[in-house]
Design a protein around this ligand. Structure first.
Ligand code: E4P
Length: 221
């Protein structure tokens, strides 16, 4: 499973990229708003993220109409070859994705909450779909069931569209996504950080250090 970082914070992205486990990044207007004051304009921020990640970086178009989305996407695509344009799942969004797929501009259809929405996005030619599982869980329904259904549908019809499991809230979401075989999980920094850690690892390290002290004169390579 590919791991994307769900943040627009360049420091967080640099830290996780150093570990060699980050394949891409997703941003949205909410995540960008948290970085206000740290960048000159969106092109600069997305360009910087692309330079660090050297993999797919999603940047979100905000126009409501297809022509506006396409115009934004064309500007985004000039920033870097790594840019993927996020388009909200609407009628106009679908039209825009179809146009952009013909132009060879990569798209990530976002704000997906049902398998049928994902099916339509794939039909329109989206490169990625982003089902928001945490927000589905919030409504009392099972977000992960939507991922299973999309996975089955995409496999039935051999769609090339990749599933980005989005709105991840905790490590169990990532584990479940990986067990289903989802292509990508886009993970907030704090969740990825939790995945690295286990209390038994820390206890084990301390015990080994204590025992090393007992034999350190002979513990030579
Ligand atoms: C990613 O593409 C989404 O923008 C993000 O995962 C949404 O997460 P949230 O529901 O925690 O805002």
């Amino acid at each position: 499973m590919k791991i994307f970082l769900d943040t627009a914070n360049v420091d967080e992205i640099k830290k996780m990229c150093e570990l060699g486990i980050v394949d891409g990044v997703t941003t949205n207007p909410t995540l960008v708003s948290k970085e206000k004051g740290k960048f000159k304009n969106l092109s600069e921020l997305i360009g910087t993220i692309c330079d660090v990640v050297k993999g797919p970086v999603s940047a979100e178009a905000i126009s409501d109409d297809a022509n506006g989305i396409v115009a934004e996407a064309e500007k985004f695509s000039k920033i870097s070859n790594y840019v993927v344009v996020k388009v909200a799942m609407t009628t106009e969004g679908l039209k825009a994705v179809k146009i952009l797929s013909k132009k060879g501009i990569k798209t990530n259809m976002t704000l997906i909450f049902s398998a049928n929405q994902a099916l339509l996005a794939a039909k329109a030619g989206a490169n990625y779909v982003s089902p928001f599982i945490g927000r589905i869980d919030d409504t009392g329904h099972e977000g992960m069931q939507v991922i299973e259904d999309i996975q089955k549908i995409f496999s039935n019809y051999a769609f090339n569209t990749e599933i980005i499991v989005a709105s991840i809230r905790h490590p169990l979401h990532v584990l479940e996504a990986a067990k289903i075989g989802a292509d990508i999980s886009t993970i907030p920094f704090n969740v990825l950080d939790k995945m690295l850690k286990h209390p038994l690892t820390d206890i084990g390290i301390n015990k080994f250090k204590a025992d090393f002290e007992k034999v350190k004169d002979a513990y030579k390579i």
